[in-house]
Design a protein around this ligand. Structure first.
Ligand SMILES: Cc1ncc(COP(=O)(O)O)c(C=O)c1O
Length: 394
C-alpha cells in the first residue's frame, strides 16, 4: 500500500499526527460527558468550548455560531432541512433554490423536501465549466424563497462558484444563503463578519482531520428546526452527546489548514498545473478533455473526461499501476451510471461515463505527478483495448 500513490484527497485525507495527538486525551483522560457539571464533565466541556472557539476565531465568527455534526452530509442536511422547516413553522417561505451541480447531500435533501413535504424547489443548471450564473439565481428568486444553497466548489470537476455574489444577492432580498464548502473549506479564507453567507458546511476528514465529525456554521439569529431532537445539545440544533475528541480534532485540523493555507495552496497549485498539462499532453487530444473551469478551480483538483471509456475501468487500471484516483466523488466510485455533473455541463454521452479526478495533497511530490503522467497513456490504451472487445461488430 505504501508504494501506492494517493491522489484522492477530495475523497478523504490521512489524519495529521498532530491532530491525533490532540485528540488522544479525550478518550482516556478527559472522558466525561461535556454536559455533566462535575469535574470530569467540566474538563471535557472546556475542551469542547475551546474547539468551538478555535474554529469560530479562524472564521471571524462567534463560538455559538459553530455546530458540530457527524459529517459533511449531516451539515448540509441540517442547514437545508433546518432552515426550510423553520420557514414552514414561521410561515416565512416555502421555496428553495439550489443547483444541479450540488453534492447528493444537498440535492437529495432538496428533492426530499419537494417530493415528500410539498416545498417548492428550483434546481438551476450550470455553464460548460460548471459555474452557476448569478443572473439565473436572481431570476429564480420569488417572494416566498426562504433559502438559496449553492456550493463553494464542486467535488467532481473542481469549479468554484461565485458565492460572494450569490450571497450578496440573497442578502439584498432578505433570503438566507447556505454554501456547501466541504471541498473548499481548507483552501479558502473565511471571514464571516464580511462574507454574505448564513450557513456553511465543512467536513474535517477532507483536511487531515478525523472522519465522523462535521462542522456547520450558522449565523447568529438564524433559526434551525433540528432533525435530531433529544437533550438539546449544540444549542438545541443537534441533540446527542457531543464527540469531544472529534470536535478537538476538527478544530486542530482546521487550525493547521488555515495556518498553512498559503503554503498548501502554492504546493497544490503547482502539482495540479503540472498534472493537468502533463496528462493533456500525454493522452491523445481526441480522447481527453479537462473538465471544470480552467482557472476558477480548487487548487488541489484536476479532473478530466475520457471519450467512450468507463471511469470505473480507468480507476481499476490506475489502481493496478499503483495510483489511487477517483471518478468524481467518493460516493459515486463503483457506480457505472453517467455522471449527472458531466451531463449538467453539457457533455454528450460519449464523455459522461469517463470522468476521472485526481486530487493532490500535502504529501504528494512532483515524482508522484510524473508517475501519473507516464502511466496515463498506457492505462488509456489498455482500457480502450478492453472496451473494444465488448463493442458489437454489427
Ligand atoms: C461537496 C461535498 N459535499 C458534501 C460531501 C459529504 O461529506 P461527508 O462524506 O463527510 O458526509 C462531500 C463528500 O465528498 C462533498 O464533496
Amino acid at each position: 500500500m505504501s508504494t501506492h500513490i494517493y491522489l484522492d484527497h477530495g475523497a478523504s485525507t490521512p489524519v495529521n499526527p498532530q491532530v491525533i495527538e490532540q485528540m488522544m486525551p479525550f478518550w482516556t483522560e478527559h472522558y466525561g460527558n461535556p454536559s455533566s457539571s462535575h469535574a470530569h464533565g467540566r474538563s471535557a466541556g472546556f475542551a469542547l468550548d475551546e474547539a468551538r472557539l478555535t474554529i469560530a476565531q479562524l472564521m471571524n465568527a462567534k463560538a455559538k455560531e459553530i455546530v458540530f455534526t457527524g459529517c459533511g452530509s449531516e451539515s448540509d442536511n441540517l442547514a437545508i432541512r433546518g432552515v426550510m422547516w423553520a420557514a414552514r413553522k414561521n410561515g416565512t417561505g416555502n421555496h428553495l433554490i439550489t443547483s444541479a451541480i450540488e453534492h447528493e447531500a444537498v440535492i437529495e435533501t432538496a428533492v426530499q423536501l419537494r417530493d415528500h413535504f410539498n416545498f417548492d424547489l428550483t434546481i438551476l443548471g450550470a455553464d460548460e465549466y460548471g459555474r452557476v450564473s448569478v443572473e439565473d439565481v436572481a431570476a429564480a428568486i420569488r417572494p416566498d424563497t426562504a433559502l438559496i444553497s449553492i456550493m463553494a466548489a464542486n467535488n467532481e470537476i473542481g469549479t468554484m462558484q461565485p458565492i460572494q455574489e450569490i450571497g450578496a444577492l440573497a442578502r439584498e432580498h432578505g433570503i438566507l444563503f447556505h454554501t456547501d464548502a466541504v471541498q473548499a473549506a481548507a483552501t479558502t479564507r473565511w471571514d464571516m463578519a464580511t462574507m454574505p453567507i448564513d450557513l456553511l458546511s465543512m467536513a474535517p476528514h477532507k483536511f487531515y482531520g478525523p472522519k465522523g465529525v462535521g462542522i456547520l456554521y450558522v449565523r447568529d439569529g438564524v433559526e434551525l428546526v433540528s432533525a435530531l431532537t433529544g437533550g438539546g445539545q449544540e444549542d438545541g440544533r443537534r441533540s446527542g452527546t457531543v464527540n469531544v475528541a472529534f470536535a478537538v480534532g476538527a478544530a486542530e485540523a482546521f487550525k493547521l489548514a488555515q495556518d498553512n493555507l498559503e503554503a498548501h495552496v502554492t504546493h497544490y497549485t503547482s502539482l495540479r498545473d503540472q498534472l493537468i498539462a502533463g496528462v493533456l499532453a500525454a493522452v491523445p487530444a481526441d480522447d481527453i478533455i479537462l473538465t471544470g473551469h480552467p482557472t476558477e478551480r480548487l487548487p488541489h483538483h484536476a479532473s478530466f473526461a475520457l471519450k467512450n471509456l468507463s471511469g470505473n475501468d480507468l480507476l481499476m487500471h490506475l489502481d493496478m499501476a499503483g495510483i489511487s484516483a477517483s471518478s468524481g466523488s467518493a460516493c459515486k466510485t463503483g457506480d457505472p451510471k453517467p455522471s449527472a455533473i458531466l451531463e449538467t455541463i453539457g457533455l454528450d454521452p460519449a464523455w459522461t461515463k469517463g470522468g476521472l479526478r485526481f486530487t493532490v495533497g500535502s504529501q504528494n511530490t512532483l515524482a508522484d505527478i510524473e508517475h501519473v503522467i507516464q502511466a496515463m497513456p498506457l492505462v488509456v490504451e489498455k482500457v480502450r483495448k478492453v472496451s473494444q472487445l465488448f463493442i458489437p461488430s454489427n
